[in-house]
Ligand binder design. Structure first.
Ligand SMILES: [Zn+2]
Length: 251
């Protein structure tokens, strides 16, 4: 694949991010590894929906611009951390998918084991600690977590995905927002039914058998350990409160 092909791919992925409302205005950024220590990335301050191949910038592994007219995206240090931690991956996409972002605002984890297709492709979607956007804090926040997953949420900010190609990373971003939308509807209807442990294990086995690339975050780990994901739904909570009041003789 030529550098021009990769440039076209980034522009197309940018158009889709913008068209699908996964970014607003000039938000988000995309990069691809060109070779050792060379990356192609989106410029800062340009809408990802309207990029031309010549708008893109070549940068080195320290984030210095090697060629191009604009400025290297402000989130490039976060991309570099992902490349360092996942040397087998060639592309990074960062966007602000609004529904998935809403889950982080509410402090509700997307790492629940609910949707089989999501577990099968990317596993659970963990959330990295809050970091000030456009600063090196982002790199620190995602570094540990990106080793364990291909798709993660950045608290109150957005999402980041890695892939073997630009479109592999882009599709994982679509998947995050799609999962968030389905989970939101489930929550609005009053309940989120998690898959049973043996069903989750089966999905990981099927994933392995089909040779799905990347690292699937083991959502079952988080379900067992994270308090927020084990929180009962509102109807369950009402029942618990009712039962507790009965026990206390106040029901
Ligand atoms: Zn951002």
């Amino acid at each position: 694949m030529t550098e021009l092909d990769l440039r076209k791919m980034i522009c197309e992925a940018g158009r889709r991010l913008y068209a699908k409302n996964l970014v607003a205005a000039t938000d988000g950024n995309i990069s691809v590894r060109l070779g050792p220590g060379r990356f192609l990335c989106t410029p800062s301050g340009v809408s990802k929906g309207f990029m031309q191949v010549n708008d893109l910038i070549v940068a080195d592994a320290k984030g210095n611009k090697l060629s191009g007219d604009g400025k290297v995206t402000s989130e490039f240090t976060t991309h570099l951390a992902a490349y360092e931690e996942r040397p087998e991956m060639n592309a990074v996409v960062h966007a602000h998918p609004p529904k998935a972002l809403g889950f982080t605002i509410a402090g509700v984890s997307l790492a629940d084991c609910v949707l089989p297709e999501v577990i099968y492709t990317i596993g659970g979607i963990p959330t990295a600690d809050y970091a000030t956007p456009a600063t090196p804090e982002g790199a620190v926040a995602i570094r540990g977590l990106i080793r364990k997953c291909d798709a993660l949420m950045m608290d109150r900010h957005g999402a980041l995905t890695v892939g073997s190609t630009v479109f592999d990373a882009y599709f994982k971003m679509e998947k995050i927002e799609h999962a968030a939308e389905s989970l939101l509807v489930g929550r609005l209807l009053g309940n989120v039914r998690r898959l049973a442990g043996p069903e989750i294990e089966k999905l990981y086995k099927v994933r392995e058998a089909y040779g799905v690339s990347g690292v699937a975050y083991k959502c079952s780990d988080e379900c067992e350990t994270a308090g927020e994901t084990m929180q009962p739904s509102e109807p369950e909570m009402d029942k618990i409160i009712e039962d507790t009041l009965k026990v206390l003789g106040r029901g």
